[in-house]
Design a protein around this ligand. Structure first.
Ligand code: SAM
Length: 286
């Protein structure tokens, strides 16, 4: 690794990331889905283009599916911090997932990760202090997916809010999820205590995405809208008094229609009568 030039290093990490986001993630047991993967990558690019730097972090890594994505997105001077109970599963009172350090480390290696930039904290998140996460500076992206009880969710969101750099992003899992209502309760408690202000960005594939910078919330929303409007009908809702993007997956037909509307060739042939008639039929039936 050290013999690679900066450019070679960047190229090889990019190849690993491209493979992981297309296929590699499917080989790692866990809970992150395709559109979220694309959005994590897009929002990480937005952060980079705005000069937002910092560590990546996940509370509750299980076997590493989400964590590895965050790690592969980190620059060569950014660390990734993994927090999990791992062998202390007797403390996993809600039985959310089951972290396994051996498989987790194997998965990072198999995916081409750089273990010299990974910090592992094997502890109950209730006993993790902000300073434990700040050893390599503030955090720019954090996935909160550990204990799903209200008290733990509250604690973990607070930990995230206390350690993020300006413009950092939280990916809060299972909000909403009918089997894990503690996450919703903990989240609302956090907002009503309002020690640190957070702005919602979107709810996507059962994840609530939050940031600590109001202006960046708008920038992130615009990017998500641009990336996802092909696949989702996107609207907005109000959460704790603030706007949040919400989505409904389009049917395959509506995806096709949207796709056709976007391609230049289709637009350029719209003027021909036959095409116009075909367009009307599409509009009527789809
Ligand atoms: C739902 S799984 C995480 C899935 C993972 N984010 C992924 O991408 O696949 C929950 C994880 O949180 C861990 N966990 C549960 N309670 C915890 C706690 N209080 N502190 C730290 N980790 C915890 C479990 O060991 C498990 O690995």
């Amino acid at each position: 690794m050290s013999r690679q030039t900066g450019r070679e290093y960047y190229k090889s990490m990019k190849e690993k990331l491209d493979y992981y986001r297309r296929k590699g993630y499917k080989k790692v047991e866990g809970f992150i889905y395709p559109y979220t993967i694309e959005c994590v990558c897009d929002l990480s690019d937005v952060q980079k283009s705005h000069g937002i730097k910092g560590s990546m972090c996940e509370i509750g890594v299980h076997q590493g599916r989400f964590f590895i994505l965050l790690h592969l997105l980190a620059d060569s001077d950014e660390y990734s911090i993994a927090c999990d109970l791992f062998e202390r599963q007797e403390e996993n009172i809600g039985k959310s997932g089951h972290g396994n350090k051996e498989i987790f480390l194997e998965n990072i290696e198999k995916s081409g990760g750089d273990l010299s930039r990974v910090k592992i904290i094997t502890r109950n998140s209730l006993n993790i202090a902000p300073d434990d996460l700040l050893t390599h500076g503030g955090i720019r992206m954090i996935s909160v997916d550990g204990g799903h009880e209200a008290g733990t969710a509250y604690n973990d969101i607070k930990l995230a809010a206390d350690t993020m750099v300006d413009g950092g992003i939280i990916w809060l899992d299972d909000f909403p999820h009918e089997s894990w209502l503690g996450v919703m309760e903990g989240t609302y408690r956090f907002f009503f205590d309002a020690e640190k202000e957070l702005w919602p960005i979107a709810i996507l594939e059962r994840k609530l995405i939050l940031t600590n910078n109001e202006r960046m919330a708008q920038v992130y929303m615009s990017k998500m809208f641009e990336s996802l409007s092909l696949y989702y009908d996107i609207g907005h809702s109000i959460f704790v008094g603030k706007r949040v993007l919400v989505m409904w997956e389009k049917s395959p037909r509506r995806k096709l229609k949207k796709y056709l509307q976007q391609i230049r060739f289709w637009k350029s042939i719209q003027k021909y009568r036959l095409v116009d008639e075909f367009g009307k039929i599409l509009n009527k039936h789809f």
